[in-house]
Design a protein around this ligand. Structure first.
Ligand SMILES: Cc1ncc(COP(=O)(O)O)c(C=O)c1O
Length: 478
């Protein structure tokens, strides 16, 4: 590699903002060692970059990235978009699918985005202790672990699931995954083929819909009401898989009654299909008594239970778990091993220790109390601001509510979001979660999915006040 190539590569990266202004490049000695070239070669490249104003060279210090007078160059991104190179059928499906950008850091002041938790709710001390204890107990040899997950965590979860959800299973049925999302991916790959059909709640969790369609399978949308999936509509449906959120339907919040649960399992048996029971936020029940999971009915046949700690500890940890029927145990372990060998062991064992000590359950009780307060504050603020002009759904459980504005049509969504964005408040419409959209005759009201678990009580009140102002403005304009 010559000085010219090093210069070109670094210039390209600087222009594309790979390095922040003020960031440092390696010393010429270190870069020369890394690249296996002479120090003079690197020095020539650095001097050229400095002469053109891309970096600042200082005696005895590493080169520093200069402030550039222009914005980020999207050369790389454009090149990628224009590429005509064919990907696999899977890759092409992903290329054609919508890109979700909801992981981007929020720039709004008060964000009602669903799925985030307050950092202050995290049990930092207990977690640090648990991690330190695990590190202290490290065995002499660092080796790959069981793809199904750490034995200690699976044992801890086996007990927890029985205590918290009356779910009984064998250790071998539990597979630790990197969040529900990897569990869904694993199920999608094992159970769906291009052309297969899967039942999807409508409205529903779009990350699930997208992962299933990425296999080439087709969704069969089945409508949802206040009691979850309308199982009577399954009569004529033939599919390999049904994805449901029976404990707290996402996003409408209905709890599926026992009669529908039995009907769903009957449908699965008749169709030789599996039901994925996504129990993502069942720790949060406020005004309702617990309903046993589908998995506890009829011996859990045909049911794949999916749990996560994203709503109790943190979505950033990426720990979830599947409880699979015995006939899927081996193939799921093989799939998990091929994905990533296994999930990171330290975090798994720290979670196990937290569950064993009772710390996890006391944390859950604490965050349930905190979120109950947030929910009360939100419901009271909404009631004061809008009274009869709104209908709130799904507030009995979970960490979000759906708010329907009875006098506002869906067509005013874009304007409302614009005003709210301007006021520094993040709110999210329910409409993208419908696929296909509901017929206008059924529901043309504007609906918001409002998550509250990352907000303080004052922020919730302030956010609703600003929402009230925005709604008044939109009403006048439309
Ligand atoms: C319906 C549903 N399932 C699962 C999850 C959690 O996903 P994960 O465990 O991948 O963080 C969410 C998160 O918002 C969700 O809405």
């Amino acid at each position: 590699m010559g000085a010219r190539q090093i210069y070109e590569a670094l210039k390209d990266q600087i222009v594309s903002r790979v390095y922040a202004t003020g960031g440092q490049l390696p010393s010429s000695r270190n870069l020369a060692n890394e690249l296996g070239v002479s120090r003079t070669t690197v020095t020539v490249a650095y001097e050229q970059l400095s002469a053109e104003g891309f970096i600042e060279l200082r005696q005895g210090a590493r080169p520093r990235i200069a402030a550039l007078p222009f914005g980020p160059c999207l050369k790389g991104a454009k090149r990628q978009q224009q590429s005509t190179q064919r990907l696999s059928a899977y890759g092409e499906r992903l290329r054609a699918s919508p890109r979700w950008l909801d992981y981007l850091p929020s720039s709004v002041m008060i964000d009602f985005r669903y799925g985030d938790l307050a950092a202050t709710d995290f049990p930092a001390l207990a977690w640090r202790k648990a991690v330190n204890a695990v590190i202290a107990q490290r065995p002499g040899r660092l080796a790959y672990d069981d793809p199904r997950g750490s034995l200690r965590l699976r044992q801890a979860l086996q007990g927890y699931l029985w205590r918290a959800r009356t779910l009984r299973c064998e250790l071998e049925q539990i597979i630790i995954v990197n969040g529900s999302q990897q569990g869904l991916d694993l199920c999608a790959r094992l159970l769906l083929d291009p052309g297969s059909d899967f039942v999807m709640e409508n409205p529903g969790y779009r990350m699930a819909r997208q992962i299933f369609t990425s296999t080439g399978a087709s969704p069969v949308p089945v409508a949802v009401d206040g009691e979850g999936l309308q199982t009577e509509l399954l009569e004529t449906v033939r599919a390999r898989l049904a994805y449901v959120t029976p404990s707290h339907q996402f996003p409408l919040g209905g709890v599926m009654p026992i009669s529908r649960r039995h009907r769903l399992l009957e449908w699965a048996r008749e169709n030789d299909a599996y039901v994925i029971e996504d129990d993502y936020d069942s720790e949060y029940r406020f005004d309702i008594s617990p309903v046993p999971p589908l998995h506890s009915l009829e011996g859990g046949r045909n049911v794949i239970y999916l749990g996560t700690i994203s709503k109790t500890l943190s979505p950033m940890m990426r720990i979830g778990y599947l409880v699979v029927p015995p006939e899927l145990q081996e193939v799921c372990a093989t799939a998990k091993q091929l994905f990533d060998r296994h999930s990171p062991v330290t975090e798994q064992e720290a979670l196990a220790s937290l569950i064993e000590s009772g710390g996890y359950e006391s944390h859950v009780r604490r965050v349930r109390r905190l979120n109950r307060d947030r929910r009360e504050t939100l419901l009271t603020a909404l009631q004061c601001a809008f009274g009869e002009r709104i209908t709130v759904e799904g507030a009995d459980a979970g960490l979000h509510v759906v708010v329907w504005f009875n006098e506002l049509a869906r067509s005013s969504e874009a304007r409302l979001l614009q005003i709210m964005q301007h006021a520094g408040i993040g709110v999210y419409c329910i409409s993208p979660l419908y696929e296909p959209p509901p017929p206008k005759t059924t529901s043309d009201r504007l609906g918001l999915v409002m998550g509250y678990s990352a907000l303080g009580l004052k922020q919730i009140e302030r956010g609703v006040q600003l929402l009230q102002v925005a709604i008044e403005t939109v009403k006048e304009e439309f």
